[in-house]
Design a protein around this ligand. Structure first.
Ligand code: AMP
Length: 439
């Protein structure tokens, strides 16, 4: 099938020709005609399938012959979870629309607000934004959303994971009810379905691949290894297998810096990208990696989900992802646009439960391997305790036992445990704070 048959006009076909996109991808084949007909969609599309084009191309088509928006108004709004994805989607609008008069911009936090305000002044055909900064600019009366005709929620599952649901609801309420809605998500949880229903009941559902499966072109391997050997195994694999480039996922910001330090010390040029870095440093690291000036990029989930790096051959889960959905997102950075890719996960003994969750989600077993010279020797927590400690209670256990005794006594005597209640509240608050902390 050709792009022309999907109803796209010459200026767009020319840019596709320049990009050497000769045929529409599966999601593009399915989504473009529906979007062009003005209907709402809810699409299950994995990363790397060409999903950006599936909404950007028809949006440009629909908007290119319309009157330009009034001052501060936007005609199409794309919400994305991360700054990197916002910049990337805007880049696609720019390249796909370079032979049209479509105006666009990306706005996101961590960058100066004044230049963003001036971009919004004249009005824009397409605005790509992260939710928080968009609301800031709306509160400052720098942008008006009451003439939005098309609303796109890109990587909706990721936006919900990041806690953007209230911001998204506020933004939706600022747009007209008769807008066209396009929702894209790699995975479909009940929360996503609820959000989709709040957009309208007439959403056409499209699924390119099973939403909870991994891209089939990706070769997946689990390396069993001791925790303290992971860095050595990583530099060993990079050197011995001569990986041209790799994206490494670390669970924490601190962890990613530690990995980078070790790799740089092993003469492997490495940069990091995470929430503690300034936006300038994040953009620079990503650019250098895309331009292949940097061999390895170490990232946390927050900074790296959704980013598109073409021809990325290796993705490594240095730590097993805690949430199974993150596994799909992480490994989807390789094997993009039908290209081959390898996703490697390092599994230490304490991470077995995370692997079980992943294998349940993708409904298949990932082959496991032990690299010569890296035989794991760590034992599971319980069995690793020295024998003579087994029957000894730790300080913590003793305190717990004492508490239990006290509680039983109070229950028996009917006395109320006010301080106990407060403690409970405090511990909940702590958990929330921990959850809210970005990585
Ligand atoms: P996406 O899933 O939107 O992030 O796209 C993944 C990659 O596929 C990007 O680098 C796109 O430039 C590329 N791509 C998108 N559509 C096509 C197409 N029809 N033919 C070839 N490559 C494409």
């Amino acid at each position: 099938m050709l792009f022309k048959e999907l109803g796209l006009s010459d200026p767009i076909l020319r840019s596709l020709e320049d990009l050497k996109h000769s045929e529409p991808s599966e999601i593009q084949k399915q989504a473009i005609p529906i979007v062009l007909s003005g209907k709402n969609i809810m699409a299950a599309a994995q990363t790397g399938t060409g999903k950006t084009g599936s909404f950007v191309l028809p949006m440009i088509e629909l908007l290119q012959n319309q009157a330009k928006p009034y001052r501060k108004h936007v005609h199409a709004l794309v919400l994305t979870p991360t700054r990197e994805l916002a910049a990337q989607v805007r880049e696609s609008v720019y390249t796909y629309g370079k032979f049209t008069s479509i105006t666009s911009a990306a706005i996101f936090g961590g960058a100066k607000i004044f230049p963003q305000k001036s971009k919004l002044k004249k009005g824009l055909d397409i605005l790509v934004a992260t939710p928080g900064r968009l609301l800031d600019l709306h509160n400052q009366k720098s942008v008006k959303l009451n003439q939005v005709q098309i609303l796109v929620l890109d990587e909706a599952d990721h936006m919900l994971d990041m806690g953007f649901i209230h911001d998204i609801k506020k933004i939706i309420a600022l747009t007209p009810p008769d807008r066209q809605n396009l929702l894209f998500s790699a995975t479909f949880s009940p929360e996503i379905k609820k959000l989709a229903q709040s957009l309208g009941t007439d959403l056409e559902e499209i699924a390119v691949d099973s939403p909870n499966s991994t891209v089939s072109a990706i070769k997946q391997i689990v390396y069993k290894v001791d925790k303290n050997q992971k860095s050595n195994l990583l530099s060993h694999l990079i050197h011995s297998e001569q990986w041209p480039q790799a994206l490494i996922f670390s669970r924490t910001k601190h962890g990613s810096e530690k990995i980078a330090k070790k790799l740089n010390a092993a003469d492997i040029h490495t940069a990091t990208i995470h929430g503690d870095k300034t936006q300038g440093a994040r953009t620079r690291a990503l650019r250098e990696f895309k331009e292949k000036d940097v061999r390895v990029l170490v990232a946390t989930d927050v900074a790296a989900r959704g980013i598109d790096i073409s021809n990325l051959p290796y993705v490594v889960n240095f730590d097993m992802p805690t949430y199974p959905n993150d596994y799909i997102h992480r490994i989807g950075r390789t094997g993009r646009a039908g290209k081959a890719g390898t996703a490697i996960s390092f599994l230490s003994i304490d991470e077995q439960k995370f692997l079980r969750g992943i294998e349940e989600l993708i409904d298949s077993k990932i082959p496991q391997k032990i690299e010569e010279g890296f035989n794991p020797t760590d034992k599971a927590e319980n069995s690793s305790k020295p024998k003579n400690f087994r029957n000894k209670k730790s300080g913590f256990q003793k305190r717990q036992a004492a508490k239990k005794g006290k509680a039983a006594f109070k229950k028996a005597t009917g006395s109320k445990n006010k301080s106990g209640q407060n403690k409970k509240k405090g511990s909940k608050a702590k958990t929330r704070w921990k959850k809210g902390k970005g990585t």
